[in-house]
Design a binder for this molecule. Structure first.
Ligand SMILES: [Zn+2]
Length: 201
């Protein structure tokens, strides 16, 4: 079996079905506002298919709870039967997924598409990148496939001539270089004058 870090054509984020009934939960709708919808919409635009998951150390439930008064949350938790035996974050995430569809917010989602890796030239589907890799790059700028990013982030990332620097330093070097070049440099970057020519302009 191929590791999920070593493949380019399998979507890794198949979702459990949404229970549309959750969108009608009166215990949440009683305090729900346009601002809560805006939180969902913002995350859909920013994080695409990961909008309801934990990314950048925040989940959609974190963002929704942040803008809701404590007294409101406490009252909801104490009166909603769904909150018995489940965390409020889990109940709220289910509601948000149903709400995104019910209110039409999900139409703003830009689905994962096929693109070509700028490093190896192979085509890959954007959501074939495992979450730990997406967390290291911008989800709106997926230009490298999972095998290439895995080599850079998790395997031998030594850059020629800098074997004495730490793994962490190497990573930040690659990240800085990628930001300057607009792509992740190949492992032998810097060994020919052409490599650095573009850096000076
Ligand atoms: Zn690649």
């Amino acid at each position: 079996m191929t590791s999920k870090y070593r493949q380019r054509d399998e979507s890794l984020y198949t979702e459990p079905p949404i229970n549309e009934e959750y969108a009608n939960n009166p215990h949440i709708l009683s305090w729900w506002t346009d601002t809560h919808d805006l939180v969902i919409l913002t995350r859909i635009k920013r994080y695409r298919w990961l909008w309801h998951k934990g990314i950048a150390d925040r989940s959609v439930s974190d963002d929704l709870l942040d803008i809701t008064p404590d007294a409101t949350i406490n009252h909801w938790r104490d009166t909603d039967p769904l909150c018995r035996g489940r965390t409020i974050k889990s109940v709220l995430t289910d509601f948000a997924r149903a709400r995104a569809r019910d209110a039409g917010l999900i139409s703003h989602l830009k689905s994962a598409g096929w693109t070509t890796c700028r490093l190896c030239g192979e085509s890959f589907i954007e959501d074939s990148l495992p979450l730990p890799l997406i967390r290291r790059i911008s989800i709106n700028r997926i230009v490298f496939c999972s095998p290439c990013l895995t080599d850079i982030y998790f395997n031998d990332v030594s850059v020629r001539g800098t074997h004495d620097i730490s793994h962490e330093d190497t990573l930040s070097y690659v990240q800085e270089l990628a930001a300057t070049l607009g792509y992740v440099p190949p492992r032998d970057f810097g060994t020919t004058p052409e490599d650095t020519a573009s850096l000076t302009t």
